[in-house]
Design a protein around this ligand. Structure first.
Ligand code: SF4
Length: 60
């Protein structure tokens, strides 16, 4: 599973890194550190996506 952050939309709140620090790192904007998220991290990454207050995270 691949995750993507829309940098224009991200407000750098830090919630995604808190929910799934293995995948998301927030500096000026959130970036996805892992190209292909492994099965054991998918649930946490999806939780981060759902928790994003501005819906900046998507996956495919
Ligand atoms: S939760 Fe959303 S708005 Fe907050 S840092 Fe992550 S991508 Fe950006």
């Amino acid at each position: 599973m691949k995750f993507k952050v829309d940098e224009e939309t991200c407000i750098a709140c830090g919630a995604c890194e808190e929910a799934c620090p293995e995948v998301f790192e927030v500096d000026d904007v959130s970036t996805v550190k892992v190209d292909d998220v492994s099965a054991d991290l998918e649930a946490a990454a999806l939780e981060a996506e759902e928790g994003c207050p501005v819906d900046a995270i998507s996956h495919s």
